[in-house]
Design a protein around this ligand. Structure first.
Ligand SMILES: [Ca+2]
Ligand SMILES: [Ca+2]
Length: 120
């Protein structure tokens, strides 16, 4: 009788240990998922083609292409306009990449991604 009781206790301990480790694995997986970073946008590595008159102003060497530095300056300035609810319309592929809900406008939450990309 005492032996059976100890067996039950032992079984419970093993069960708790197994459940605990499964939970820990799930938690680790969830944490890993959160830490997955967005992939580097093309403009940061290659730059992008000039599509609008506003972007033309940032094309300092006038080659019809925004080099990464020029694109960054444009996006950084554009971010501040968007943040103040001015000029939020998506007018280029460069901004389209940030319009995650595809409604044709960059809202402040979407603009956050622009800010992060400009800072890193
Ligand atoms: Ca250029
Ligand atoms: Ca949007």
């Amino acid at each position: 009788m005492v032996f059976e009781k100890w067996m039950a206790v032992g079984f419970s301990v093993v069960l708790i240990f197994v459940c605990g480790s499964i939970f820990a694995e799930e938690k680790a997986a969830v944490t890993a998922g959160v830490e997955v970073k967005r992939s580097e946008p093309d403009w940061k590595t290659k730059g992008c083609v000039v599509e609008t008159k506003a972007q033309m102003v940032y094309d300092l060497n006038g080659n019809g292409w925004l080099e990464p530095d020029e694109a960054k300056k444009y996006l950084n300035d554009r971010y501040h306009k968007i943040f103040n609810y001015a000029d939020t319309g998506v007018d280029s592929d460069l901004l389209r990449a940030y319009d995650t809900n595809a409604n044709g406008a960059i809202d402040p939450r979407e603009a956050q991604a622009i800010r992060e990309d400009c800072q890193n």
